[in-house]
Design a protein around this ligand. Structure first.
Ligand code: ADP
Ligand code: MG
Length: 359
């Protein structure tokens, strides 16, 4: 049987560009080569799309962009093309693809934008669709839906940039509803960027300005003390969750450096919880996944609060990190799935989802 052509998208304009490069290198190295042919297309930080036929080793340090055989390329939105268009010496050529694996984190990749393009293109793709990607990316929208579905989370609130002139009233409300310290997050950012913890009003205003540099809307949360646990969920109509794992952060909270650069966080699988708590996390993760219409995969993150033992949902990541130190592949490995087997299954789920959508 001919190999299926999988276009792997990597890089992107978001603050998680570098993480995507690392995730994509792992994905490309581990896709079962006997069944799939990878067509790598990178997106620079400026948003330029390039077909990249060079070695995987050039991804992580960003040197792939200078590779002499890179050519401009893009996914055609024309549903009769079903492929990528390459521009070689001023001429356009069409390369058909069977599926796309958008290994992109954050804005312009994990937020429904690329997914919308792929819907127009009529090409099956790995992961969540437009609605779930967009909802999960926006912390305010996701929290509102979770509240409506009765999925427990910590007390929270939000404001828009337009409310800044009346900030004193907002601060009064937050102090009353959340208490100190208050966690401040841009509604859309990703990977701990623009996030901070405020202990008083002065710090709160600084935190608001920092968050506003990343988005026009901000989410505030009560600071939760407890364990940070994560569950890997996979599937379309009948999603399954793994045993949760736990993050042992080295800093006060799980920062971007912790996650990807310093390698200082440790992961424990399963999380250090009683069996019934592990089960509660797993069942809630699947419920949240279904509530936000996820398909393919997602990593669902929680806090288990110290003292009360409450399982509080934090967020859903529709394209979780896929590097070798990432939680999602580690949880799946613990559940008995190899990295190659995991990629194979995710691609098959993309095809299955497309068939159901057409049927
Ligand atoms: N309400 C909270 N209480 C305590 N710590 C929090 C809270 N929200 C987030 N954190 C910490 O900040 C980190 C990043 O926040 P998160 O909401 O997951 O944003 P991101 O989308 O950037 O991953 C979390 O992994 C956790 O360590
Ligand atoms: Mg997070």
């Amino acid at each position: 049987m001919a190999k299926q052509k999988i276009c792997v998208l990597f890089g992107g304009v978001s603050s998680e560009h570098e993480v995507s490069l690392m995730s994509a290198a792992s994905v490309i190295r581990n896709i079962p080569a006997d069944r799939y042919e990878v067509i790598p297309v990178g997106i620079t930080k400026k948003g330029r799309w390039l077909y990249y036929p060079g070695p995987v080793a050039n991804l992580a340090d960003g040197s792939w962009e200078q590779y002499p055989d890179c050519v401009p390329a893009f996914i055609s939105p024309d549903a009769t093309d079903r492929g990528i268009v390459k521009c070689v010496d001023g001429a356009f050529t069409l390369q058909k693809v069977d599926a796309v694996f958008p290994v992109l984190h954050g804005k312009g990749g994990e937020d429904g934008t690329v997914q919308g393009l792929l819907e127009l293109a009529g090409i099956p793709y790995v992961g969540c669709g437009v609605l779930s990607s967009a909802l999960c990316m926006d912390k305010a929208a996701a929290n509102l839906v979770m509240d409506a579905a009765g999925i427990d989370r910590c007390e929270w609130d939000y404001m828009t940039r337009a409310e800044l002139p009346g900030f004193d009233a907002v601060a009064d409300r937050l102090e009353r509803r959340l208490g100190w310290p208050i966690f401040v997050k841009p509604a859309n950012a990703g990977s701990s960027v623009g996030i901070s913890k405020a202990h008083d009003r002065r710090e709160l205003l600084d935190a608001v300005h920092l968050a506003l540099a990343h988005d026009t809307r901000i989410v505030f949360e009560r600071f939760v003390t407890g364990q940070e646990v994560e569950c890997a969920v996979m599937g379309n109509d009948g999603p399954q969750g793994t045993l949760p794992g736990e993050i042992l952060a080295s800093q006060e909270f799980y920062t971007y450096d912790d996650k990807y650069l310093a390698g200082t966080s440790r992961v424990v699988i399963p999380a250090q919880l009683a069996p019934e708590k592990l089960e509660e996390v797993r069942v809630t993760a699947v419920r949240a996944y279904r509530t936000l219409c996820c398909t393919g995969l997602a990593r669902v993150d929680f806090f288990v609060e110290a003292g009360t033992g409450r399982v509080l949902l934090n967020e859903i990541n529709t394209m979780p990190g896929f590097t070798d130190i990432s939680m999602y592949p580690k949880l799946m490995l613990h559940a008995g799935m190899t990295y190659g087997g995991l990629l194979d299954r995710l691609i098959q789920l993309a095809f299955e989802r497309k068939e159901t959508a057409n049927g």
